[in-house]
Design a protein around this ligand. Structure first.
Ligand SMILES: *Cc1c(COP(=O)(O)O)cnc(C)c1O
Length: 357
């Protein structure tokens, strides 16, 4: 964690129904748009207390009408979750399903849009379960041709991976405080066009707490949140956004890209292979195949002894893959220490015949 973000977390000294909160909320909403390079005349943002799933669920429960069809593009865990949430709310949900880690087939997406004329197309930008970036701009072009709305889950990419929200015709976008933005987990954001937010007025909500219209109305008319907000997390998130703006968004993205490329290069040096070799890949996360015969749990436990935390593969990659994320206060020196530890641990765990010197 960046020390200034950590410091902001504990600087909470005001009542949450006071002017200070209103000012903080406004600053946050402005900074989010600035980080996304968005025109405040066209887009606006609301802050929810709840992790990334809360933002996804608020969009899926609030913007789809009874007779609407939702089309979800799936190529990993998080695309599949979006379809699951859509079905929980009883929406007619069509999926364009790919294997995890398979690139989105735009021809199939185009045909599905033509066949089903969905009211909302839903996709993940950075499919975190693999590290793949999905072609949001291209899907946005298809959506424009068909006059459909596009909802993008950018929970693990917003601010870190380049995305032209306006050019991609995105109606709603979700993100969260604790991943690519580099603050603590627990808050999420929904960005959307003013028009799309205004169109929610008068729609019967399917979920009270996550009713997007309530967040919008409170933010715009009362400069408040409908329920008690997680103020310390808001202070930390705002500091993280300010730091990103101070660094410069393009500069930050290049720095993160360089860190991820560094990780991929060093992995190959110690005889490991990234799961995906083909761009576009995430700027903040790399999925790595475990060598034959090395158990994920043993590897994870051994790295914990060296103070490093890795994350395991899900679904088809469970036990076969791990993930390295380079968000937050990570630099080359820390990565050097990680790779020394990883090489040492692997040498111990690898079956003899494939051990590297
Ligand atoms: C982590 C993640 C989510 C879920 O977010 P939570 O904060 O765990 O609720 C949704 N989508 C993507 C792409 C994610 O990476």
């Amino acid at each position: 964690m960046h020390p200034e973000v950590a410091e902001a977390l504990t600087s909470y000294e005001f009542g949450h129904r006071e002017e200070e909160l209103s000012a903080l909320l406004e600053t946050l909403r402005t900074n989010v748009l600035a980080v996304g390079g968005l025109d405040p005349e066209r887009y606006t943002a609301v802050v929810l207390t709840g992790s990334g799933t809360a933002a996804n669920e608020s969009v899926l429960s609030s913007v789809v009408g009874d007779d609407d069809t939702v089309l979800v593009i799936e190529n990993g865990e998080f695309g599949e979750r979006l379809a699951k949430i859509s079905r929980v709310y009883g929406h007619e949900t069509i999926t364009v399903t790919h294997a995890w880690g398979e690139a989105v087939d735009l021809d199939r997406v185009a045909r599905a849009i033509e066949t089903h004329a969905p009211d909302l197309v839903v996709m993940v930008h950075h499919e975190t379960s693999t590290g793949m970036l999905n072609p949001v701009e291209q899907v946005g072009a298809l959506v424009r041709t068909h006059g459909t709305r596009l909802f993008v889950d950018a929970v693990s990419s917003f601010s870190a991976d380049a995305l032209d929200v306006e050019a991609a015709n995105i109606t709603f976008l979700s993100t969260s405080s604790g991943k690519a933005i580099g603050s603590y987990p627990g808050l999420s954001l929904v960005i959307g066009t003013h028009d799309a937010f205004r169109a929610l007025q008068g729609k019967a909500p399917r979920c009270h707490y996550l009713d997007l219209n309530r967040y919008y109305e409170f933010a715009v008319h009362k400069r408040q949140t409908p329920n008690t907000p997680a103020v310390p997390l808001m202070l930390a998130l705002n500091r993280a956004l300010e730091l990103a703006l101070e660094e410069g968004i393009e500069q930050r993205q290049s720095r993160l890209r360089a860190l991820s490329e560094h990780v991929r290069g060093r992995l190959r040096e110690i005889g490991l292979r990234p799961l995906l070799e083909t761009e576009p890949l995430s700027n903040v996360l790399t999925s790595v195949l475990l060598p034959e015969g090395v158990s994920f749990e043993a590897f994870r436990e051994a790295l914990r002894e060296h103070d490093f935390v890795i994350y395991g593969g899900k679904g088809p990659f469970e036990g076969r893959m791990f993930q390295v994320s380079t968000i937050g206060a990570v630099d080359d020196e820390l990565l050097d220490r990680f790779f020394v530890a990883a090489r040492r641990v692997l040498t111990t765990l690898r079956p003899r015949q494939s051990a590297v010197a």
